[in-house]
Design a protein around this ligand. Structure first.
Ligand SMILES: [Mn+2]
Length: 389
């Protein structure tokens, strides 16, 4: 190790003296050795519900690492529909082979690896009966506290003990803009040869989560972005970047623009029921580009959930505490840097209708705006704001 320059990944390694790659290998080998014969050497890669390019890119990177470098068998399983046009285009263009949860038999695998999320997050469910061996994420853990990580000398016995209260290989790096960059750092350490599809998936992961390195990008994101791009299928990534959009996209955009209100540096768009929940994050990204806007909150109800996206510009600050204030204790949320997302379960029977819930969220968001003058918080009448179109 003394003859190689230390890199960002090494400095941030949560595994003490063991390199992330060596530690992961040890954990997976131990799990494989302890598994029944039929499951030996077989692993499942998982991510959050309705995966985005970063989640899918990180999954594909792990698929390559585990098959080509470690010699294991791997399947990637996803949960929930993939709706956003770019995400669908990524799956179709790169012909990703994804299982659905109901096709997964947990006893076929030694365990699972989870990317771009953590099991405690509201948008993440694991198939019942599967043990989680490794996770790779760049989001703040729910309690914001530092996470426990195993030391370098992990024995099989220690592994099973740790599995009861933690994940044996837990690589959470909140300073990074993408999970794809974390997974790429393992491939770099292994000196793996990237095929065009895996390189394209990883590249799209870093590209979409960091907005082409303009948002939350660390030096490792930057390195991953250029290294994967040099092996990527450029025609494919162009098709993924500009996919065909369904007509409902334009209808939702029209409605979102009509409902958006500006309150000083805040643009708030609470849309009631939406036809496509992905339009919420897209609208937030779009509105943040408005001159004079420093933060955006967009929300909409889809099926039994109210979904929120929050974006801030660099000057305004971190999205996570802002989302915490907007929710005021409702729902579950996560975020990093200038991006945060939340979900609030809508009760079937009695309880807040989206309209009443939206009124609460609007009040909470405006209370943040009124922060320098707390006397403003006493009023219950919520100003309607200025329409933007
Ligand atoms: Mn991500």
């Amino acid at each position: 190790m003394t003859d190689t320059p230390s890199s960002i990944a090494d400095v941030n390694s949560p595994f003490g003296e063991a390199s992330p790659l060596a530690h992961l290998r040890r954990v997976l080998d131990a799990a494989s050795a302890a598994a029944p014969e039929a499951a030996r050497g077989r692993f499942l890669v998982l991510t959050h519900r309705s995966p985005d390019p970063d989640a899918l890119g990180a999954c594909e990177g792990l698929r390559l690492l585990l098959t080509q470098v470690f010699g294991f068998a791997v399947e990637v399983a996803t949960d929930g529909p993939i709706r956003r046009a770019e995400n669908l285009a990524l799956v179709r263009t790169l012909e990703l082979k994804l299982l659905e949860y109901d096709e997964v038999n947990p006893t076929d695998y030694c365990g699972a690896l989870l990317v771009d999320t953590q099991p405690e997050f509201g948008h993440t469910e694991l198939p019942a009966g599967i043990s989680l061996l490794a996770l790779f994420d760049h989001h703040l853990p729910p309690d914001g506290a530092s996470v426990q990580t195993p030391g370098p000398g992990v024995s099989g016995a220690e592994l099973s003990g740790q599995a009861a209260h933690g994940v044996p290989h837990r690589d959470v790096r909140t300073g990074l803009g993408s999970a794809a960059a974390i997974v790429w750092s393992y491939l770099r350490e292994a000196q793996a040869v990237l095929d065009a599809a895996t390189a394209s998936a990883l590249f799209c992961g870093v590209r979409f989560d960091t907005a082409d390195l303009s948002r939350n990008a660390s030096p490792l994101d930057e390195e991953a972005y250029y290294a994967t791009f040099s092996f990527a299928d450029r025609e494919a990534i162009a098709r993924i970047q500009h996919p065909p959009l369904p007509p409902v996209y334009y209808a939702e955009l029209h409605r979102a623009l009509a409902l958006a209100r500006q309150h000083g540096s805040l643009v708030l768009a609470l849309l009631g029921p939406v036809a496509n929940p992905e339009s919420i994050a897209e609208t937030a990204d779009f509105l943040l580009r408005m001159r004079g806007c420093s933060w955006v909150v967009v929300g909409g109800a889809f099926e039994q959930e109210y979904v929120l996206s929050l974006r801030t510009d660099f000057a305004f600050g971190r999205a996570w505490p802002l989302m915490e204030r907007v929710l005021g204790g409702l729902g579950t949320f996560g975020g990093h840097g200038q991006v945060a997302g939340a979900r609030i379960l809508l009760p079937k029977g009695a309880g807040p209708t989206p309209a009443r819930l939206e009124e609460t969220l609007r009040t909470n968001a405006l209370a943040v705006m009124a922060e320098p003058d707390p006397s403003q918080l006493a009023t219950s009448s919520v100003p309607l704001g200025r329409p933007i179109v």
